[in-house]
Design a protein around this ligand. Sequence first.
Ligand SMILES: [Zn+2]
Length: 245
Amino acid sequence: MNGSTTRRTRQQCIDDVVKGNHILVRRGVLDSYGHISVRSPDDPGRFFLARAMAPATVEAGDIVELDLDGNPVHPESRKLYLERFIHGEIYRARPDVQAVVHSHSPTVIPFGISKVPMRPVCQLCGFIGQGVPLFEIRDAIGDGSDLLIRDGALGKSLAQSLGDKAVCLQRGHGAVTVGGTVAQVVGRSVYLELNARLQMQAITISGGDHDITYLSEAEIETIGAKLGDFERAWEAWCLEEDELA
Ligand SMILES: [Zn+2]
């Protein structure tokens, strides 16, 4: 359905982003805030993102084409997401990334404000094993900000913190997840939230994080080579959205 093995058309990319918005809301990753984008299949210097609105209500006509500086490619009078610089600067820094999610994924946030590192607890969360860096906005612009990625400079700092990883936590705010397809970034975002929940449960029943058996380096490597496109989950989630539409 996502057809990651074949090149997506512009319209398919837009449809994927619309579906991605709805799936991420239904799975508790996005609420009335947060966003998902996809790089244009026609121009790597552009991406598709909804206008500023609640993700649950996004339709194809709400998707805006932006350049990497966050400027709309076509004349646009509608309000845009303030934090669109997250997407542009990650696409600029990471040619391998084709889709980006910025969320306030609720169970993930505690890992950005505590000293407990997020680590993969199950096989489908193996991508977390690549590492989960933390973006501390105070390191970029000092104390007293509203924690939002309001401009390109902050977007660049966040992209630097992300580095070559799949996930970066944003202290006191949320997270960014990146992927090679919309299916993959949606899958990673859903399973990031799940991993956070499972890890927290394991910490609770263990009375700390010292006695938990996380995935090993070797397991993470094997999983990374074989799994992780989330195509099967994406197909099921799309079907569910079609049935509920
Ligand atoms: Zn945000």
